[in-house]
Ligand binder design. Structure first.
Ligand SMILES: C[S@@+](CC[C@H](N)C(=O)[O-])C[C@H]1O[C@@H](n2cnc3c(N)ncnc32)[C@H](O)[C@@H]1O
Length: 264
């Protein structure tokens, strides 16, 4: 069983939540601005699946950021990543989209030292908490990317280069008028599928029943994805994060959805 990495008796997200996931108060402003001006609108226009939030770093987080970001972090850009150079080794590559505070990222990286793991997140305090975990636990197989995961996949990740993609608890955008902001819709499935190697795996978890059905429908409709009927190249075990724990406490059912990229 994979459990969150504990540090002096607390998990890294004990004091600071991931960004607002209810999306209740959003009308337009920040998210729409960033959508319009975003580089993500270059290939196909879309509204962003995240809300722009600043969030300041605590002093220890800032310290970890200053020490670790230059070594293992980078911002979204236009160039393909040379992952062999970045990780200083060749290994199966997994991208986690929306890593939040990095609780699952760090625990899974520790459990799978043979994989290279890239965490993509827009929320800087969350990335800083992951950097703290990476530093304290001397994890060498994690790299962090700050930016919109759609842009990262479009521009920085080569086609058919990923062994796995993980999306744990994507923001549900529960109001009908905000559904267009949901990350996991047809175009994102097509993009993810194009970046997976044949036989690679997409693993999604959500606590939102209606979004789960929409995700299932969109994933099943993607022609490059199919039911996984071969041995997965990555673990499907997840540690329970604070976020997921809250979902359990209010009685939400967690839906796990797994697809494989069709083999030739
Ligand atoms: C509900 S939180 C879940 C965090 C974490 N996966 C967990 O299970 O605790 C969703 C996260 O996805 C991030 N996010 C949403 N859209 C994103 C995007 N397009 N690119 C990168 N991160 C995104 C948000 O900033 C937020 O931290």
């Amino acid at each position: 069983m994979i459990t969150p990495i504990r540090d002096n008796g607390r998990v890294n997200d004990a004091d600071q939540d991931t960004p607002d996931t209810s999306n209740d108060d959003l009308e337009t402003s920040a998210a729409d601005d960033s959508a319009g001006a975003s580089k993500g609108s270059r290939l196909y226009p879309r509204v962003t699946s995240f809300r722009s939030r600043r969030g300041s770093l605590t002093e220890p987080q800032q310290g970890a950021w200053d020490r670790m970001w230059p070594k293992i972090g980078r911002d979204v850009g236009d160039d393909l990543i040379d992952t062999t150079a970045w990780f200083e080794r060749d290994a199966p590559l997994i991208v986690e989209i929306g890593s939040g505070t990095g609780t699952a990222t760090a625990a899974m990286a520790k459990a799978e030292p043979h994989v290279n793991l890239i965490a993509v997140e827009v929320y800087r305090p969350g990335l800083a908490q992951l950097l703290q975990l990476v530093e304290r636990n001397e994890l060498t197989n994690v790299r962090v990317l700050r930016g919109d995961a759609v842009e990262v996949l479009e521009h920085m990740v080569a086609p058919e280069s990923l062994t796995g993609v993980r999306v744990f608890f994507p923001d549900p955008w529960p109001k009908a008028r905000h559904h267009k902001r949901r990350l996991l819709q047809g175009p994102t499935f097509a993009l993810i599928a194009s970046r997976l190697k044949p036989g690679g795996v997409l693993h999604v978890a959500t606590d939102h029943a209606e979004y789960a059905e929409a995700i299932r429908e969109a994933g099943d409709a993607e022609p490059l994805l199919t039911e996984l009927d071969w041995e997965s190249p990555m673990t499907h075990e997840r540690p329970v994060t604070k976020f997921e724990d809250k979902a359990h406490k209010v009685g939400s059912t967690i839906t796990e959805l797994i697809w494989g990229k069709i083999k030739p």
